[in-house]
Design a protein around this ligand. Structure first.
Ligand SMILES: [Zn+2]
Length: 300
C-alpha cells in the first residue's frame, strides 16, 4: 500500500515537471550552456540560430505583458544558471536593469547595435520606440547580432551559427519581399495602419506605410479624448477600411473607433509576445506571417 502512495507521489512530481516545461527548450540538458532571453520573440529567434548547441529560455512566458513584467525569484534562479542574458533594450524591458544588477551574468542588449526610431509624442517624446523586431527588415539584423553573440560564446561553432542564421534570414527575407511588393502596389490613400499601441513604427517606416494609434507605448491609460477623437476623424476622413489591436491588450477602445466609424476590426496583432504553443503565432516567423496577412487583408 505504501509503495502505491510513493508511486502516485512520484508520478505527481513528474507530471508537475512536464507541465511546467512545455517548451522543448526546457528539457533538462545539464551539459549545455543556457541562454536566457527577456521575452518569447527573442528566445525564438535565438533558438533558430543556436539550434541544439544551447538551451534557450525566456523570462516572460507567452501571452505575458513584457514592458512592466515583474521578475519572480525563480527568474533570478534561471538567470544565475545562464551563460548570457539577452534583452531587447530601447527601454522595452523596464525591469531589466534592476534584474541584472544583482547577477553575475553576461548581458547582450540587441538595441545597442540598432538604429532607433524615436517616439514623437507626449511623455515618451524623444525616447526610442522599442518594437524593432516587428519589421522583418530589422528582424534580419537581430539574427546577425545573435549570430555574433553566440559565436563569441562558442567560437568553435561560429560557422554553424552563421549557417543557421543565413537559412533563417532567407525565410524572413521571403516575408520581407512579399510585404514590400504588397505595399508598393497599394494606392497612396490606402497606406494607413491604425493600431492600439504605437508598436508598428519600424514596420510602417521600413515599408512606406503611415501609422496611427490610440496610445504611444504600452499605457492604455494614456488614451485621451483628444487622441480618440483624432483617430476617429482620421479613419473617417481617409476611409480607412480596418483598424487593429495587439494581442496582449484589450481591444475595447479600438472597438469604439469601429462603432464610431463603421471600419472593420482587422484582428489581433502579435507584438510583445508569441502566442501559446498551440496558437497561430507561436514562432517569430508565424507571428510575422500572422500580422502581415491580417494587415494585407485589412487595408487592401
Ligand atoms: Zn509593446
Amino acid at each position: 500500500m505504501r509503495k502505491n502512495y510513493l508511486f502516485l507521489f512520484l508520478s505527481f512530481l513528474i507530471c508537475l515537471n512536464i507541465s511546467s516545461c512545455k517548451r522543448t527548450s526546457y528539457k533538462k540538458e545539464p551539459n549545455k550552456e543556457i541562454i536566457l532571453a527577456s521575452f518569447t520573440v527573442l528566445a525564438d529567434i535565438i533558438e533558430n540560430v543556436a539550434k541544439d548547441d544551447f538551451v534557450v529560455r525566456s523570462i516572460a512566458q507567452p501571452g505575458i505583458e513584457v514592458h512592466g513584467y515583474q521578475p519572480t525569484p525563480s527568474d533570478l534562479i534561471k538567470a544565475s544558471k545562464a551563460s548570457v542574458f539577452i534583452d531587447n533594450g530601447f527601454g522595452f524591458e523596464l525591469w531589466a536593469e534592476k534584474f541584472v544588477s544583482n547577477l553575475q551574468v553576461k548581458r547582450v542588449t540587441i538595441s545597442d547595435q540598432l538604429d532607433p526610431i524615436f517616439i514623437s509624442e507626449d511623455f515618451y517624446e524623444g525616447k526610442p520606440n522599442p518594437h524593432a523586431w516587428i519589421s522583418p527588415k530589422r528582424g534580419m539584423i537581430y539574427v546577425d547580432i545573435i549570430v555574433d553573440s553566440l559565436s563569441e560564446l562558442q567560437p568553435s561553432k561560429a560557422e554553424s551559427f552563421k549557417n543557421n542564421g543565413q537559412i533563417y534570414k532567407n525565410k524572413i527575407s521571403k516575408i520581407d519581399k512579399d510585404f514590400s511588393l504588397f505595399v508598393n502596389n497599394l494606392e497612396k490613400n490606402n497606406k494607413y495602419l491604425v493600431t492600439c499601441e504605437g508598436a508598428f513604427s519600424y514596420l510602417t517606416n521600413d515599408y512606406g506605410l503611415k501609422e496611427a494609434y490610440l496610445w504611444p507605448v504600452n499605457a492604455e491609460s494614456q488614451i485621451t479624448p483628444k487622441r480618440m477623437a483624432r483617430t476617429i476623424s482620421l479613419v473617417k476622413n481617409k476611409k480607412i477600411p480596418s483598424v487593429f489591436c495587439e494581442s496582449t491588450v484589450s481591444n475595447e477602445s479600438q472597438m469604439i473607433v469601429v462603432s464610431e466609424t463603421g471600419a472593420n476590426y482587422g484582428g489581433d496583432l502579435f507584438v510583445d509576445s508569441l502566442s501559446q504553443d498551440n496558437g497561430n503565432a507561436n514562432t517569430y516567423l508565424k507571428m510575422l506571417q500572422h500580422n502581415l496577412t491580417l494587415i494585407k487583408k485589412g487595408i487592401e
